[in-house]
Design a protein around this ligand. Structure first.
Ligand code: ATP
Ligand code: MG
Length: 378
């Protein structure tokens, strides 16, 4: 593509040179013929002047004048033909200057198909990429600030009730035995909630900074998912949900890090349970092919607005800004899931409409951790 572009600019300049040369030749022929005819006519009339004498003799000075005039005609024609290109270059240069001054909304119109139009297109793309990057940074900053507030809130809420219940138990008033047990249970579950929150935060930071070494082995993905669903059975029952595991193969061995994959699908299944509508089912579908395995987790419930879908995988992003205690979370689950999928060289996507919210993970069957690392480094 690059060579083509180089060729097209060169071809355009060559065409302009040829056009300018033709026009120069025509004007010169016209000029020489006419001047010679006028000089001859004057000679016939006997009105011979020094100039017509020089013209008729084709004197060196006249030839030089012809050449100079030819150069002038050639230059003017060439400049006129090149003028639109030069003006376009000027517009690109203005745009570069404007972008460098921070006006990222600057755009240049893309006309033609030579290096300059390619440069304009690349410039527009670069400005739009920087815009997106800055928007992302701003969004990350906003979510980070939100997280600090939220984490502080999330840490304080269970802690307050743990302290409250422990105070009751340690207090002077005698608590009935069955209430004592209940208080301990509540304090315990709140403490576990705190533990998960802190684990998630640490886990994500570790993954994100590449501190986790992958232990890739052979595992049966159908078995893994059926085990994870079985383990989550009490949570399904609690939410009055049922699950369905469908697979086009009875077993499929893939190379992956078992612990990381378990964490990935735990997050997706956990979300399906957490956000699935009461009484509905969660569908886990496996579609294995020769080189890839696609796993989709579908749940029914509220529809995630289309403009929020791409943001779900951002760390700390949560759709329900209200952060109700029943579905409390850090908004790290999907960011962790995406990180794990990326580490395996796979893809994760989401769609949400009245037919359900579907998270789809596509993994390679033969995963070579060294090759993947090499690819991501180069
Ligand atoms: P946690 O870190 O505990 O997982 P979380 O569940 O809020 O917290 P994510 O798993 O990253 O965080 O999900 C981000 C947001 O995406 C959720 O808050 C929720 O609003 C939305 N979401 C995720 N999965 C689903 C789903 N299956 N159905 C509907 N909404 C979902
Ligand atoms: Mg989650």
């Amino acid at each position: 593509m690059k060579n083509n572009m180089g060729g097209s600019y060169r071809a355009r300049v060559l065409t302009h040179i040829v056009y300018s040369a033709i026009i120069t030749c025509l004007v010169e022929v016209f000029l020489i013929t006419n001047l010679s005819m006028v000089a001859k006519y004057m000679q016939q009339k006997g009105q011979i002047s020094a100039l017509s004498q020089l013209i008729l003799e084709q004197h060196t000075a006249v030839v030089i004048l012809y050449v100079l005039f030819g150069i002038l005609i050639f230059s003017v024609t060439f400049m006129l033909l090149e003028e639109p290109g030069i003006r376009y270059m000027g517009r690109i240069s203005d745009a570069v200057e404007s972008i460098s001054q921070g006006n990222l909304g600057t755009e240049v119109d893309v006309t033609g198909d030579d290096e300059f139009s390619a440069m304009a297109a690349n410039l527009n793309k670069m400005a739009s990429d920087i815009r997106t990057l800055m928007d992302k940074e701003r969004e990350a900053e906003r979510t980070k600030n939100e997280l600090i507030t939220n984490v502080a809130h999330d840490l304080r809420t269970p802690l307050t009730s743990i302290i409250g219940y422990l105070e009751l138990l340690a207090g002077n008033t005698k608590v009935p035995a069955e209430m004592e047990h209940k208080y301990i249970e509540i304090a315990y579950s709140k403490a576990r909630r705190l533990e998960k929150l802190i684990e998630d935060l640490f886990g994500f930071t570790k993954l994100n900074y590449g501190k986790i070494a992958m232990h890739v082995g052979q595992l049966d993905i159908v078995k893994l998912l059926s085990q994870l669903l079985e383990e989550a059975y009490p949570n399904f029952v609690e939410k009055n949900l049922s699950y369905d595991l469908q697979s086009n193969v009875p077993a499929k061995t893939i190379s992956a890090d078992g612990n990381l994959l378990a964490r990935l699908f735990d997050n997706l299944i956990g979300n399906a349970i957490k956000y699935g509508a009461d009484g509905k089912r969660v569908l886990v579908k496996i579609h294995a092919e020769d080189d890839t395995v696609t796993v989709s987790v579908t749940n029914y419930g509220y529809v995630i607005p289309a403009d929020e879908l791409p943001l779900l995988f951002n760390k700390f992003y949560r759709v329900e800004q209200s952060r109700s205690t029943t579905t409390g979370g850090t908004g790290l689950g999907l960011a962790i899931a995406k990180e794990i999928v990326d580490m395996h060289g796979g893809t994760i996507s989401v769609s949400s409409d009245l037919n359900g919210t579907v998270f789809t993970v596509k993994l390679q069957v033969y995963f070579d951790v060294n090759k993947e690392n090499f690819a991501s480094q180069s």
